[in-house]
Design a binder for this molecule. Structure first.
Ligand SMILES: [Zn+2]
Ligand SMILES: [Zn+2]
Ligand SMILES: [Zn+2]
Ligand SMILES: [Zn+2]
Length: 271
C-alpha cells in the first residue's frame, strides 16, 4: 500500500520534512516532535523509539524524497535509493562551500566542481597519485569522473604519512569496485593490490574534515561533536602502511594507481 493512501500521509519528520521512512523513528515525550533516521544525529536529542510506526511503515511504499523523481520504493529500499537516485542533491564537500550551502545534483551536473574546484576534478578511468605529493598535501579529495559517472576519492594521512587512507565513494545505482595498485616509481616488478567495492557516498559519514578532526557539524557522525563515534572512523578506507610497503617493494617512493570498474555480475570470469 502507498503511504499517501493511509491515515499517516501527513506525518513527516519534524526536522527534514521527509516521510518517516528511515529507522530509527524517534519521538519526544509529548509526541509533538518526531524525527526520522536521517536526522538521528541532529537535535533535539530524542530517546523514545516509535517501533509501532516503524512496523507500519515497513509495510508501505514511499515516493522518493526528490520531487523530480518518479520512483516509489519500499521501506527497506529507501536509503539505498536516496543515495543513488539520479536526482540526488549533495552539498559541496569543500569547506569553503559549506556555509554557502551549495547543493547540486551530482549525477547530472558537476559544473560547480568544474568552475569552483577545477584542480580537484579528474577525468579518466583512474588516477595515479605520488606518495610524495600525498604526504605533502596530507589530506585531500578528488572528484574522479569515469565515463561521465562521478566518484569522490578521499585521501588522508595518519601519523604524518606513515599510514595513508584511501576511500572511494559513488553516487550511482550500479555496483562498482576500485582497484588500488601500489608500486615503485622506479620499477614495476612487484606491486601491492587492494580490490574493494565502492560505497555509496553518505555526506554525514564520509567527510574529509571529520577525518582531520576539524569538523563540527552536528549531523556528521564523526565530527568533534560526537567523540564517542571516533573508534570506527577509518572503517570505510583502505589503509596503506607506507614504510612496510616501501620495504616490501624495495623502493624509496610509491605510486598509488586508483582505477574504477563496474562490478562483474556473479559467475562471470575475470580476464
Ligand atoms: Zn528527518
Ligand atoms: Zn529518486
Ligand atoms: Zn564547492
Ligand atoms: Zn564532517
Amino acid at each position: 500500500m502507498d503511504i499517501e493512501k493511509t491515515a499517516n500521509h501527513n506525518l513527516k519528520c519534524s526536522i527534514c520534512k521527509n516521510y518517516l521512512n528511515v529507522a530509527p523513528v524517534l519521538a519526544s515525550e509529548d509526541g509533538k516532535i518526531i524525527k526520522c533516521g536521517r536526522c538521528q544525529l541532529k537535535g533535539p536529542h530524542l530517546k523514545n523509539r516509535n517501533s509501532l510506526y516503524e512496523s507500519i511503515g515497513a509495510k508501505l511504499n514511499f515516493p522518493c524524497m526528490n520531487k523530480e523523481c518518479s520512483s516509489r520504493m519500499s521501506w527497506n529500499d529507501v536509503q539505498r535509493h536516496e543515495k543513488s537516485c539520479k536526482h540526488r542533491q549533495i552539498s559541496c564537500p569543500f569547506w569553503n562551500c559549506r556555509e554557502k550551502d551549495i547543493r547540486f545534483p551530482i549525477n547530472s551536473d558537476i559544473s560547480h566542481f568544474e568552475t569552483s574546484h577545477p584542480g580537484s576534478i579528474h577525468y579518466g578511468s583512474g588516477i595515479t597519485l605520488n606518495l610524495k605529493v600525498i604526504t605533502h598535501l596530507q589530506s585531500f579529495m578528488k572528484l574522479l569522473v569515469v565515463n561521465d559517472v562521478p566518484f569522490l576519492v578521499l585521501i588522508h594521512c595518519i601519523k604524518f604519512g606513515e599510514e595513508v587512507l584511501v576511500g572511494v565513494f559513488g553516487f550511482d545505482s550500479k555496483a562498482y569496485e576500485y582497484h588500488l595498485k601500489i608500486h615503485s616509481d622506479q620499477h614495476d616488478r612487484r606491486h601491492v593490490f587492494f580490490k574493494e567495492s565502492t560505497m555509496l557516498y553518505d555526506e554525514d559519514q564520509h567527510c574529509l574534515y571529520c577525518l582531520q578532526n576539524l569538523c563540527v557539524l552536528q549531523s556528521h557522525r564523526y565530527s568533534k561533536v560526537h567523540p564517542e563515534n571516533k573508534k570506527d572512523i577509518y572503517k570505510f578506507y583502505s589503509n596503506v602502511t607506507t614504510l612496510a610497503t616501501k620495504t616490501l617493494l624495495q623502493t624509496e617512493n610509491l605510486l598509488f594507481d586508483i582505477s574504477i570498474f563496474e562490478s562483474k555480475v556473479n559467475g562471470e570470469q575475470e580476464d
